[in-house]
Write a protein that binds this ligand. Structure first.
Ligand SMILES: [Zn+2]
Ligand SMILES: [Zn+2]
Length: 289
């Protein structure tokens, strides 16, 4: 049995949505193209209202909830699957950034992008790296749900956060999109490569460019977490191989991973690709430590 409070709340949400939609339609009617046939307008209007009624009924039966904290979503939320308090806890990466590795720079020292000390003293093998959010509790939980539970609602939230993040506009072009590969036995155990799912989310119209067999992981490395920088580099030495160099020579590559921690994994991939004549490697990760 649905609690009375919830029914009242849902009725309020539906009423609020309908009033907003009617206001919007009235605005379009007043400012719209006068040459449009009134019949077309009425048909579209009827179809629109039918859809709204169905949606409202579904909302009443299954009230929309936040995909992180499970609280009911208030009307007219900024995001369709996250409540405002969960959105407020997500920290997006934005300028000033290091233009090379994408590290967030101290705002107090100026708002212009500038290279970080690490990139000035020891430039990475990749040409640029960008991430959407900092690797904080909500981002950690979403990636964990995506990686180990194949949770499609986590993928929905990630897609919405990517759309909202300031780095979205910078992702375009390139000849191939390569998700960082997993070792074959790990892929069998896990059943999915989270980087491949992220690649499909970030490049929804360029799925044909996603290549999962050009770069392969030939060494079953131990987990990187808890290792020092030098240990991480040693662990990943000769871990990746390019299947056919001629296919990647002279190409521009987008390399996709879930988290940028120290950048060792994507740097090893970039080194391997560049040894085979790749023109540029641009890294994209959902989160950054
Ligand atoms: Zn929430
Ligand atoms: Zn940097």
């Amino acid at each position: 049995m649905v609690p009375v409070n919830d029914v009242i709340y849902c009725a309020y949400v539906i009423f609020y949505k309908l009033i907003k939609d009617i206001q919007k339609d009235y605005h379009y009617l007043r400012t719209g193209d006068g040459n449009k046939s009134l019949k077309i307008y009425h048909n579209a209007e009827l179809a629109g209202y039918a859809k709204k009624v169905v949606q409202s009924a579904l909302d009443l039966l299954f009230p929309p909830v936040c995909h992180i904290c499970s609280r009911h979503l208030p009307p007219a939320t900024e995001m369709s699957c996250l409540c405002p308090s969960c959105v407020a806890e997500v920290r997006f990466l934005a300028s000033p950034l290091c233009p090379r590795c994408g590290k967030g720079m101290d705002q107090a020292a100026g708002s212009a992008d500038r290279h970080c000390q690490e990139c000035l003293t020891r430039p990475p093998a990749f040409d640029s790296a960008r991430s959407v959010v900092y690797y904080q509790p909500h981002a950690k939980e979403l990636l964990h749900r995506l990686k180990y539970k194949s949770d499609s609602s986590a993928a929905m939230v990630i897609a919405e956060l990517i759309g909202k993040g300031p780095c979205r506009q910078s992702v375009s072009g390139g000849d191939y999109i390569i998700p960082v590969p997993l070792f074959v036995s790990r892929l069998k155990i896990r059943g999915l490569n989270q980087s491949l799912i992220l690649a499909k989310i970030i490049f929804p119209t360029e799925k044909a460019k996603i290549a999962t067999d050009l770069l392969v992981r030939v060494k079953n490395t131990t987990a990187q977490s808890g290792l020092s920088g030098a240990e991480r580099r040693r662990n990943l030495q000769a871990a990746f191989e390019v299947r056919e160099s001629r296919l990647v020579a002279g190409k521009n590559i987008w390399l996709i991973d879930d988290v940028f921690t120290t950048g060792t994994t994507v740097n090893e991939c970039a080194k391997t690709l560049k040894k085979c004549g790749v023109a540029s490697v641009h890294v994209w990760t959902f989160a950054r430590v």
